[in-house]
Design a protein around this ligand. Sequence first.
Ligand code: ASP
Length: 333
Amino acid sequence: MTPMSASSSFTPIVPVIAIHGGAGTITRASLSPEQERSYHAALAAVLAAGQAVLAAGGSAMDAVCAAVRALEDCPLFNAGHGAVFTADATHELDAAVMDGQTLAAGAVAGVTTVKNPVQAARAVLQDGQHVLMIGRSAELLAARAGLAQVEPTYFSTEARRAQLAAAQASSAGAVLDHDGASKMAELAGRPIDEGRKMGTVGAVALDAHGHLAAATSTGGLTNKRPGRVGDSPLIGAGTYADDRTAAVSCTGHGESFIRVAAAHDVCARMAYAGATLQEACDAVVHQALAAIGGTGGLIAVDRQGHVCLPFNTEGMYRGLARVGETPETFIYR
Ligand code: ASP
């Protein structure tokens, strides 16, 4: 084959980004048209930001960090500003990033003063010595990296405080943040609202160079025990990326995702069993997780740019944007 004929059969990569903002009992009846519009608009704006990074030739890592940072800044989602409360009415934030080209990863857990935990996770990756840093030490590393610090109250919103009160009043234990919102509505005598969803945020991307990356950020569960760490910052559980297979970011009941190593399981099924992205994602979400009662979903992109957004709940805030195409956003099944 001549170089000419080789290049003529080359299919250029179309970079793509996918995002999620949580999964759960999200039905048409439970969201007002205004709420629906707000979520679609927020997701579309975040996708546009990530898409712009990829269109300019930026890396998948830059794109997922830009998207997750924007999701952290949006109070609609349980990450950064708008994060849920622990049982002690504090915030403990978790985040992770992974680079599919090098398998380099960084994560933080239980941080309370870093404005954008996803950036702290990336700072851990860039520092290179460790993968997962917790608490005060993670905050010091972020501060040394020049990242913005805030008072813990920056993360608080009245809606999340009411969720905590509802969770504690119902003695439900630790609840997924929007399950908490739903309980709040029930207590107020209203129908179940948009609340029954998990509000962790995440992004996965394929860039023009064929590299994959994943990022996830969360406030965790409403009314969780202080010190509890979920799946989001655990590489292989809530977050994973490997250029040979896929980039994955999860949302759901973290303990279940940890127990099945959900994000890595998607990649392992592709690598070892030759599963397609779709087959691997369906097996993890509808079989492995379902078998232990694990609720939630994930977003994944493979090296060919296939995207899967499966979930085993009624809905999941999600969307994708290919470079050159209009971003698409979805809420329900
Ligand atoms: N997976 C997150 C956790 O367990 C919660 C979520 O997705 O909303 O911390």
